[in-house]
Structure formats: structure tokens, C-alpha cells
Design a protein around this ligand. Sequence first.
Ligand SMILES: [Zn+2]
Length: 206
Amino acid sequence: MGRVTESSEAHESSEAHAGQQPSGAQARPAESLADSGLVGDADDMQRLWTPHRMVYVADTHQPDQHDCPFCHAVTQDDEQVLIVHRGVYGYVLLNLYPYNNGHLLVCPYRHIATYDEASPEEVAEIGAMTQTAMRVLKETMNCHGFNIGMNQGEAAGAGIAAHLHQHIVPRWRADSNFFPIIAKTKSLPLLLGDVRDKVAAAWPDP
Ligand SMILES: [Zn+2]
């Protein structure tokens, strides 16, 4: 009986630390949040709320327009910087560090950091170029699926957080193997220049 009580207390103590908002006037237990109608997918993860760590999330260098690789690329030859298409408001290029063959990036020409800064015209063209990129990759590389997304800010994993870019990663069934895990190595059967030429050639004229 004593053991059951101990176990129960330990469980409650753990929940109190990991499952609640930080202490303070606005702290509310997770249970009341769950019933509050707020949006989110419940999962098995516990949350450790650590607002004090915000002090570390600031002041890391990001390029401005003068040393930004995405701003620089548009001034160079397409073949040299792996651009596959230039639109009116933005352009498409191959990722120099691809997750998979055919890993494309769609960027606005403007040096803006996050999606909410994009104009309606830029949003529309980024969307249209993303669709076209998918069609071209399906046609040229026979991929089975895609991962598409934008990492917004360094904290979210963006390498060049200062210039908005959307990743389009083609996927094939069973395309992941153990190389990245045991040897930090990716197996990429096609060379970047060859992929650029294939995708650029297949990109439809406006
Ligand atoms: Zn830029």
C-alpha cells in the first residue's frame, strides 16, 4: 500500500513540473488548457516550460543583403549557382546541401526573412512555382512523394534565416538508409549539375 502511494506521489510531482505552464499569476495546469478549446494535437510528450532560456535566443549573425547567398545567386549565371527557373517575384534553385537528389529551394528575390513579410504577389508565385517544381520532379525523377516546408528563423532550423526559402524535397520509397545515422553521409546518385540541367530543361515556359 505504501509503495502504491509513493508511486502515485512521484507521478503527480513529475506532472507538476513537466505538464504545467510556469508558475506565476497566469500559470494554468495542462488539464485546464486541454479543456479550453485551444488548438493542438495531443501527444505523449511532456512539456518542460523554460522561458528563462529565451535569453540565449538572440543576436546570432545572419547575412544582410550584401552577403546573402540567395541575393548573390541571382546576379550569377544559372548553371554556376544551380538556378533552374527565374520568375517575376522569385526564383528556384537547387540546394547545395541536398537532403535528396532534386532538393529544390523556392525564394523571393526580395531579402525578407519570414513568410508573413511576403507580398500577395510573392506568396502567389512561391505557391505556383512550388506546384510546378513538384510536377517537374515527378516527371524527371519519378519521385513517390515530397516533403515541402519553410524553416522560419534559426530557432526553427533555417540555415540562412535572413532570406525566406521553401524546401521541396522529393522522396522515394525506401530512400532513407543507415548512412546518415552511422557515418553522417548521404548517398546521392546524381551530380548537382546534372540534376540542374534536367530540371531546368523540363521547367515549362510561362
Ligand atoms: Zn537575401
